[in-house]
Design a protein around this ligand. Structure first.
Ligand SMILES: [Zn+2]
Length: 142
Protein backbone atom coordinates (compact mmCIF):
# COMPACT_ATOMS: atom_id res chain seq x y z
CA UNK A 1 0.00 0.00 0.00
CA UNK A 2 1.30 3.41 -0.94
CA UNK A 3 0.14 6.49 0.91
CA UNK A 4 0.75 9.87 -0.72
CA UNK A 5 1.43 12.83 1.55
CA UNK A 6 -1.75 14.89 1.72
CA UNK A 7 -1.68 18.64 2.19
CA UNK A 8 0.35 19.83 5.17
CA UNK A 9 1.72 23.28 5.97
CA UNK A 10 4.33 22.89 3.22
CA UNK A 11 1.97 21.71 0.49
CA UNK A 12 0.67 18.51 -1.01
CA UNK A 13 2.67 15.48 -2.09
CA UNK A 14 0.52 14.77 -5.11
CA UNK A 15 1.85 14.75 -8.65
CA UNK A 16 1.33 18.17 -10.24
CA UNK A 17 0.76 19.97 -6.92
CA UNK A 18 1.82 23.61 -6.79
CA UNK A 19 5.37 24.38 -5.71
CA UNK A 20 5.24 28.12 -6.24
CA UNK A 21 6.45 28.76 -9.79
CA UNK A 22 6.70 25.08 -10.69
CA UNK A 23 4.67 21.91 -10.28
CA UNK A 24 5.54 18.94 -8.15
CA UNK A 25 7.09 16.49 -10.60
CA UNK A 26 6.69 13.33 -8.57
CA UNK A 27 4.85 11.95 -5.56
CA UNK A 28 5.73 12.12 -1.89
CA UNK A 29 5.32 8.71 -0.31
CA UNK A 30 4.62 8.71 3.40
CA UNK A 31 7.19 6.77 5.41
CA UNK A 32 9.12 6.84 8.65
CA UNK A 33 12.68 8.05 9.01
CA UNK A 34 15.12 5.13 8.50
CA UNK A 35 12.41 2.99 6.94
CA UNK A 36 13.72 0.71 4.19
CA UNK A 37 12.88 1.77 0.65
CA UNK A 38 12.30 -1.00 -1.88
CA UNK A 39 12.70 -0.72 -5.64
CA UNK A 40 9.40 -0.52 -7.49
CA UNK A 41 11.02 -1.86 -10.62
CA UNK A 42 14.14 -3.77 -11.58
CA UNK A 43 17.00 -1.88 -13.17
CA UNK A 44 20.51 -0.56 -12.78
CA UNK A 45 21.65 2.13 -10.37
CA UNK A 46 22.75 5.00 -12.61
CA UNK A 47 23.25 7.77 -10.10
CA UNK A 48 23.61 8.58 -6.45
CA UNK A 49 22.83 12.26 -6.48
CA UNK A 50 22.64 15.37 -4.37
CA UNK A 51 19.27 17.10 -4.58
CA UNK A 52 20.58 20.32 -3.08
CA UNK A 53 23.67 22.49 -3.15
CA UNK A 54 26.27 20.77 -0.95
CA UNK A 55 27.02 24.14 0.65
CA UNK A 56 23.47 24.23 2.05
CA UNK A 57 24.44 22.83 5.45
CA UNK A 58 20.88 21.92 6.45
CA UNK A 59 20.31 19.82 3.33
CA UNK A 60 23.78 18.73 2.22
CA UNK A 61 23.35 15.24 3.67
CA UNK A 62 20.33 14.46 1.51
CA UNK A 63 20.72 12.03 -1.37
CA UNK A 64 18.77 10.35 -4.11
CA UNK A 65 19.19 7.04 -5.87
CA UNK A 66 18.38 6.82 -9.56
CA UNK A 67 17.55 3.47 -11.11
CA UNK A 68 17.25 3.19 -14.87
CA UNK A 69 14.67 0.56 -15.80
CA UNK A 70 14.22 -1.55 -18.94
CA UNK A 71 12.39 1.08 -21.02
CA UNK A 72 15.00 3.74 -20.24
CA UNK A 73 12.90 5.61 -17.69
CA UNK A 74 14.79 6.82 -14.65
CA UNK A 75 13.16 6.07 -11.32
CA UNK A 76 14.45 8.51 -8.74
CA UNK A 77 14.07 8.01 -4.99
CA UNK A 78 14.80 11.28 -3.18
CA UNK A 79 15.76 11.86 0.44
CA UNK A 80 16.96 8.32 0.71
CA UNK A 81 20.38 7.04 1.70
CA UNK A 82 21.25 4.54 -1.02
CA UNK A 83 22.85 1.19 -0.33
CA UNK A 84 24.39 0.54 -3.74
CA UNK A 85 26.87 2.22 -6.02
CA UNK A 86 26.38 3.06 -9.68
CA UNK A 87 26.14 0.02 -12.00
CA UNK A 88 24.66 -2.23 -9.33
CA UNK A 89 21.75 -4.26 -10.72
CA UNK A 90 18.66 -4.36 -8.53
CA UNK A 91 15.49 -6.41 -8.73
CA UNK A 92 11.98 -5.26 -8.07
CA UNK A 93 11.36 -5.42 -4.32
CA UNK A 94 15.01 -5.19 -3.31
CA UNK A 95 15.76 -2.78 -0.50
CA UNK A 96 17.82 -0.05 -2.12
CA UNK A 97 17.94 2.71 0.48
CA UNK A 98 16.73 4.09 3.80
CA UNK A 99 14.53 7.12 4.24
CA UNK A 100 16.62 10.01 5.53
CA UNK A 101 13.79 11.96 7.13
CA UNK A 102 12.88 15.59 6.57
CA UNK A 103 11.32 16.67 9.84
CA UNK A 104 14.56 18.12 11.21
CA UNK A 105 14.63 20.46 8.20
CA UNK A 106 10.92 21.14 7.77
CA UNK A 107 9.29 21.05 11.20
CA UNK A 108 5.78 19.66 10.95
CA UNK A 109 6.08 18.20 7.47
CA UNK A 110 4.59 14.78 6.85
CA UNK A 111 7.57 12.43 6.77
CA UNK A 112 8.11 11.10 3.28
CA UNK A 113 10.43 10.30 0.43
CA UNK A 114 9.95 11.70 -3.03
CA UNK A 115 9.59 9.42 -6.03
CA UNK A 116 9.71 10.66 -9.61
CA UNK A 117 10.01 9.11 -13.04
CA UNK A 118 11.97 10.88 -15.75
CA UNK A 119 11.56 9.88 -19.37
CA UNK A 120 14.74 9.11 -21.33
CA UNK A 121 14.07 12.03 -23.70
CA UNK A 122 10.91 14.01 -24.22
CA UNK A 123 9.42 17.45 -23.99
CA UNK A 124 7.35 16.61 -20.96
CA UNK A 125 10.14 15.14 -18.92
CA UNK A 126 8.17 13.42 -16.18
CA UNK A 127 5.60 10.70 -16.02
CA UNK A 128 2.84 10.50 -13.44
CA UNK A 129 4.23 7.85 -11.05
CA UNK A 130 0.75 6.93 -9.86
CA UNK A 131 -0.15 5.64 -13.32
CA UNK A 132 3.07 3.65 -13.59
CA UNK A 133 2.82 2.21 -10.07
CA UNK A 134 -0.82 1.21 -10.53
CA UNK A 135 0.29 -0.53 -13.73
CA UNK A 136 2.80 -2.49 -11.66
CA UNK A 137 0.03 -3.60 -9.34
CA UNK A 138 0.49 -1.21 -6.45
CA UNK A 139 -2.48 0.07 -4.54
CA UNK A 140 -2.90 3.51 -3.03
CA UNK A 141 -4.50 4.46 0.26
CA UNK A 142 -6.85 7.39 0.25
ZN1 LIG B 1 8.19 15.61 -3.60
Amino acid sequence: MIRIRSTDIYGSGRYGASRGKRLHNGIDIVCHKNESIDAFESGTVTKIGLPYNPEDTKKAHLRYTEITVANGDRHRYFYTDGIYLVDHVVSRGDTIAWAQGLQDIYQGITEHYHFEIMKPTAKRRYRNPVVILKGLGHEFLG
